[in-house]
Write a protein of this length. Structure first.
Length: 129
């Protein structure tokens, strides 16, 4: 088996005849994003990750994490902030959105709760034309 310059295996004659190995090779390329195996293992074995890696794993902007750090689970070592895997899972769970499974669908002709809303008493400035 040959290796891609980034260290991931590439398909050759031995993998071309085995669809399972072709699939595994494709998955490894996607997972590593072109990183070699040693870099990937080092990154996965890290106890705590920084803002950049945490944001990447959560698929959110780093700025979002930094702005809300006081209300998010994290590790603090002096002035250094780190996130453990359980912190990242907890952050994800904090923002999980689950529909109300006990809610009944609105039948045609029924008044929805949205229809019973009343405007606020706060004054709003109106534009004059």
């Amino acid at each position: 088996m040959r290796h891609h310059p980034a260290g991931t295996p590439t398909a050759d004659a031995s993998t071309a005849s085995n669809p399972d190995l072709q699939g595994l090779t494709a998955i490894l390329r996607l997972i590593t994003n072109g990183e070699d195996a040693n870099t990937l293992l080092r990154r996965l074995a890290t106890l705590h990750v920084d803002y950049t890696e945490a944001a990447r794993r959560l698929n959110i902007p780093e700025k979002w994490l930094r702005e809300r750090i006081s209300s998010l689970p994290h590790r603090k070592m002096g002035k250094f902030v780190g996130f453990a895997d359980e912190d990242l899972r907890a952050i994800s769970e904090m923002y999980a959105v689950r529909p109300d499974l006990n809610a009944k669908p609105i039948a045609t002709g029924q008044i929805s709760t949205a229809a019973t809303l009343t405007p606020s008493r706060r004054s709003r400035s109106r534009s004059r034309s």
